[in-house]
Write a protein of this length. Sequence first.
Length: 341
Amino acid sequence: MGRKRVTSGMRPTGGMHLGNLLGALENWVRLQDDYDCFFFIVDWHALTTPGGGTAVGYENVGDLRNRVREIAVDWIAAGLDPGKCSIFIQSHVPEVAELHLLFSMITPLGWLERNPAYRDMVQSYRIESPSYGLLGYPTLQAADILAYKGDYVPVGKDQEAHVNMTRDLGQRFNSLYGKKVFPITETLLTPVPRVPGLDGVDRKMSKSSGNYIAVSDSSEETVAKIRSMYTDPVKIRKDDPGHPDGCVVFAFHNIYNKPEASIVRGECENGGRGCVACKAQLAAAMNGALMPIREKRRELEGNPAVIGEILSAGALKAEKIAAETLREVRDAMNLPRRGDF
């Protein structure tokens, strides 16, 4: 038997920030060694919300193509290897759109209306008139996964519900048409570190909040952003005792300076460490960790044709598999073939 298949995608919001890198990409890089992986940039999903401001959506397609390119560069620079996994753009596999259409014929409306992610997106994006595309987001997501017969989707515990609907829809199809076309897709639960924003440990790093460090930021930009990080408001003077558990700087020491984190904690708590020095040490550790990725980015940006070749090759492999899946789906649904009559 071949290796189990993993599928996952990411919206093209432009270059990745550290939350994307630590929360998803580093795990994808590990998975590609043990699974048959399909990783795709979901440009259709980006059109399910209106956009506006700096956000891309159906009202603001703006620099969508450039954002797709930027995220592809970051993925490869971060360690995704086209020799080990398939990297491509969602819309370059039109079979996914057809599967989405066919799934929409058998998806109960109640499943979509009860989807908590739908309500969350309507509220967070302040959408007054949600589109059909947004309501049907989970059906398109299921098509993304099942077009390639994904066995697993890597998610954190809080995203498990998203995969449950894909599994339910695949099983509903198999039951309705009496053929096991689709696998029982399962979550591949992974520990997702909480990556705080620059403005506080209780704030999640995000593009929309502007509280992020981008993978593509220069060393100087990273230093400047770390200097602006929110620290313990009670620690006024250098020798005041600090409270590292409420400090963003210490949270990142735990990620990028793990061997020294206990020393950092002790010195902070006993007043032996000032915030300026603490931030400088973090900046050095973070820039050192990100240096290989940034060097690879510069190499890729100097040879843009490589990105196009990787995405095209990934799409060709994905389309071949999706086309076979659609053949099985059409046969199961008894849809007439061209040339039947």
